[in-house]
Design a protein around this ligand. Structure first.
Ligand code: ZN
Length: 340
């Protein structure tokens, strides 16, 4: 069970894309769950391999499994924000989808080249967020669901059980944000209050021919939803803020704890480079490009002025950091990676 590099492999499960967890994470998971006796065989295996150096204690033990492997924790005041990846999807070409203005394609291509960001054969990221306020555990957006969705696997790696999520907030009704709400007709977060903007929910659920995803994840779940207006409190410390343009009634989230705050954009931020560097740029999925660009200008400026942490759904993992203002436009500064 133990390789020479000290990696203990857990018994295989039938979960898709299940990767081996290293022994240190395994011990933390077991310890966090109060199952220390179950860890004994692994400890025995370590002792039987004399060449394996002892695993040093790190501060990560107090917080949960070591960062990486699909999740990343960031403290925001007394809150813990955990980006939990839903995985990636192949993206053959970044343009024109992620910078859609037809008359600015050369300008966008030049910026991608300037920053060495691949324009072809790249990936699209999906980054739901869990915020632990101390009183509430809130999941913001739920990934794609189905066979592609990696949220459930990565929540497990992060040590977050789905039935410990007490609130799910949905920024907007696109399939890559609502798809993980149900699996085979059952709610994935059975104990959670589901919260969404009232106008956004109404828009998607009153379509003449709603998509299968809207049918399964919104219409069939309607009794679980609490519908709110912009500026409403989601739970204490978290507020919904209007961010229209990507969809007509898209809502983002402001989280505040002590003197720190975070802005969870959902899809209101667009692309991590093109939408920031090029005022007026819009994305192919924006229902109203001009409005989406105006919303971005407002929210980017707010994030800079208030020195907010930011997290955006399609930014590259770990998709958390800050924004900085340039003479024209803004730039994304990813957080400095911390293993704990
Ligand atoms: Zn999206």
């Amino acid at each position: 069970m133990t390789d020479t590099d000290g990696t203990a492999h857990l018994p295989k499960t039938d979960a898709p894309n299940e990767a081996p967890v290293n022994r240190r994470d395994t011990l933390r998971l077991l310890g966090a769950a109060g199952l220390l006796s179950a860890a004994a065989p692994l400890v025995g295996a370590q002792q039987a391999a004399p060449a394996t150096p002892a695993t040093p204690a790190t501060p990560a033990a107090a917080n949960g499994p070591m960062n990486g492997n699909g999740f990343y924790r960031q403290k925001i005041g007394d809150m813990t924000l955990t980006v939990v990846s839903d995985g990636t999807a192949p993206l053959a070409a970044l343009l024109p989808t992620w910078g859609a203005n037809p008359d600015r394609q050369a300008e966008f291509a030049a910026t991608l080249a300037e920053y060495s960001v691949p324009a072809t054969n790249t990936v699209n990221h999906f980054n739901p967020v869990v915020i632990d306020t101390g009183r509430h555990r809130v999941l913001i957006d739920t990934g794609r669901g189905g066979e592609s969705g990696q949220l459930a696997n990565n929540l497990r790696r992060a040590g977050i059980l789905p039935n410990t999520i007490d609130t799910v907030f949905i920024t907007h009704g696109h399939g890559d944000h609502i798809g993980g709400l149900t699996r085979a007709g059952s709610p994935v977060f059975p104990r959670a209050r589901h919260v969404m903007g009232s106008a956004e929910f109404q828009f998607w659920t009153t379509q003449a021919n709603p998509s299968a995803s809207v049918q399964a994840n919104l219409i069939a779940m309607k009794d679980r939803f609490t519908l709110i207006a912009p500026d409403a409190e989601i739970v204490p410390g978290l507020t919904a803020i209007a961010s229209p343009g990507h969809t007509a009634n898209h809502l983002s989230v402001r989280a505040t704890s002590g003197n720190q705050s975070a802005l969870i954009f959902g899809d209101a931020a667009g692309h991590f480079l093109l939408s920031l560097r090029h005022p007026g740029a819009y994305v192919g999925f924006d229902v109203n490009g001009a409005q989406a660009a105006a919303t971005r200008a407002r929210l980017f400026e707010m994030a800079v002025q208030e020195k907010m942490w930011v997290s955006a759904y399609h930014f590259p993992f770990p998709a958390v950091g800050h924004l900085r203002k340039l003479p024209v436009g803004y730039e994304y500064e990813p957080t400095i990676w911390n293993w704990s």
